[in-house]
Write a protein that binds this ligand. Structure first.
Ligand code: HEM
Ligand code: HEM
Ligand code: FE2
Length: 460
């Protein structure tokens, strides 16, 4: 850690990981409800546990993005954070918002609009927090006078995420109109501006971890941003097929969304080529695992499994089935969860009193258990989804009868989910077992602490 104020990132990461743990609890709860008698039916039925599961996902990922941004901007701009106090107030407000929203969902206090269930007061707090955050980051950069392309792409992604949240603040009487604008937020987040955030973190990590040439990385970033704009914006139409809008959206959605995997392919390619041509070998091999893992799993989950159901001819069968859940899990995990875990793994060693640059064996177990667990979960959703589409949509068997026939896949989902949850538990344990404490490196020479192999030891 070069700058003392970077330690604010630790508390963002800590909150993100606690919420990640809770998200998994609610995922397992949702999955077990598919399997039979539900003793919790009257306290928290499926719709409540699923809402909490997906909302915690969004909140922990954004918490991770914010912490990682404070860390990265300080490092890139070679400056302390403009206001540490503001960063902590922001975190406090954010935590209260997130926790009270979850409590509210138990009492059905929410809008019922998938992913955007937050009630209006919470949405207003989200906007305030985003403004505080963007102001603090912008002022840090302005005061330092150093602004890199990587930071520019990150800020473009974060700033646009805030702007795209605005349609979610309004209430629409007409259901079609409501769904239409929902995708401006949800689709343009995950298949648009969040990809810029992922690409910026990827570039930063690859420059630091593999010694990749900054100029080359930044050229790639321009390509990714261009591809995201070309494909992602009109690609939104792959959610408009069946909602009651004019039919010209069908070919538009099919064509442009089929181009979307190119940006993800680009990211995987630049990660791979950075690795191949890497000069300096950084000791933090575990962070490199997460970094490359994010590029590759993102390409698989979002690119390949997204493409699998994006054409109208296929989507008319698979829409809203477990095929969607198959893709949603692999995509969110690969592209966004893994990049946050990569930033945490990179920053962590220098935020604690015990040096563990190479990654601990617990850390590697956490990585491989999560990867294999998530892969198994993706397969479980896929097999369940294929069965569901065939029985329900092709043969016309009723929804509940079909659910009974595909239960075995949910047994597999719970088994693989438990493997995944063990990996998450180990990651969280590995994070919290090290006592936080700042060990700033020599800011004068600019040598980042984490890049110094001399101080690295492997503990485990
Ligand atoms: C990291 C990037 C991505 C993430 C996190 C992601 C996540 C998701 C999620 C969570 C859903 C369900 C949304 C809902 O029903 O509310 C969804 C739907 C969908 N995604 Fe993605 N996605 C990504 C990229 C892609 C790409 C690149 C494509 C196409 C090539 C794609 C194609 C689709 C389609 C067609 C649907 C609608 C499924 C349906 O009709 O039920 N996604 N995605
Ligand atoms: C032990 C781990 C997990 C289990 C057992 C689990 C289980 C589930 C279940 C049963 C659903 C409801 C599917 C439906 O509507 O029928 C769901 C939804 C969802 N989960 Fe998970 N989940 C887990 C972890 C995760 C992780 C790590 C992520 C992302 C990084 C994630 C993202 C999502 C998303 C985006 C949805 C909404 C999908 C949609 O409606 O299309 N889950 N999960
Ligand atoms: Fe989409």
């Amino acid at each position: 850690m070069r700058y003392k104020s970077q330690s604010v990132a630790y508390w963002y990461f800590a909150l993100a990981l606690i919420l990640f743990g809770l998200q998994i609890v609610f995922g397992l709860l949702s999955a077990t409800k598919y399997l039979g008698p539900d003793p919790l039916l009257n306290i928290m039925p499926f719709d409540v546990t699923k809402t909490i599961h997906t909302n915690l996902l969004i909140v922990w990922l954004l918490t991770g993005f914010m912490g990682a941004t404070y860390w990265m901007v300080s490092d890139e701009s070679r400056s302390e954070i403009y206001s540490v106090k503001l960063a902590y107030i922001q975190l406090g407000l954010w935590a209260v918002m997130g926790v009270s929203a979850v409590v509210g969902y138990f009492f059905r206090y929410g809008t019922g609009n998938k992913f955007l269930e937050q009630p209006l007061p919470h949405k207003i707090v989200i906007v305030i927090v985003m403004l505080m955050f963007l102001y603090n980051v912008a002022m840090t950069i302005k005061r330092s006078g150093r602004f890199t392309t990587t930071e520019g792409v990150l800020l473009l992604g974060l700033g646009s995420s805030a702007v795209l949240y605005l349609p979610a603040l309004l209430h629409y009487e007409n259901y079609i109109v409501s769904i239409y604008y929902r995708w401006w937020t949800i689709h343009l987040w995950v298949e648009g501006v969040w990809e810029m955030i992922q690409a910026a973190f990827l570039a930063y990590l690859l420059i630091r971890l593999s010694g990749a040439d900054r100029e080359v990385m930044e050229k790639w970033l321009y390509v990714i941003v261009g591809l995201v704009f070309i494909a992602g914006i009109l690609g939104t139409a792959h959610h408009y097929y069946w909602i009651g809008v004019p039919t010209y959206w069908l070919p538009l959605g099919g064509f442009f969304s089929a181009l979307e995997p190119l940006a993800l392919l680009g990211m995987a390619m630049y990660a791979y080529s950075a690795m191949r041509r890497s000069g300096v070998k950084h000791p933090n091999n575990l962070a490199l695992h997460w970094t490359l893992g994010s590029a590759i799993f993102g390409l698989f989950g979002a690119g390949l499994l997204g493409l699998a159901h994006t054409f109208p001819d296929i989507n008319k069968w698979t829409h809203g089935t477990l095929i969607t859940a198959m893709h949603g899990h692999a995509a969110f995990y690969g592209a966004y969860a893994m990049i946050v875990l990569a930033m945490i793994s990179y920053a962590m060693p220098s935020m604690t009193r015990t040096p563990h640059e190479r990654g601990t064996s617990v850390g590697y177990w956490a990585f491989w258990l999560q990867i294999s667990g998530m892969f198994g979960m993706t397969l479980s959703f896929a097999t369940a989804g294929i069965g569901q589409v065939y029985l329900e949509r092709v043969l016309g068997i009723g929804y509940l009868d079909v659910q009974l026939k595909i239960q075995i896949h949910f047994v597999m989902l719970v088994a693989c989910g438990s493997l995944f949850a063990t990996g998450v538990g180990l990651f969280i344990y590995d994070f919290f077992r090290h006592i936080p404490g700042s060990r700033t490196s020599d800011a004068a020479t600019g040598a980042p602490f984490a890049a110094s192999p001399a101080t690295s030891t492997r503990v485990g």
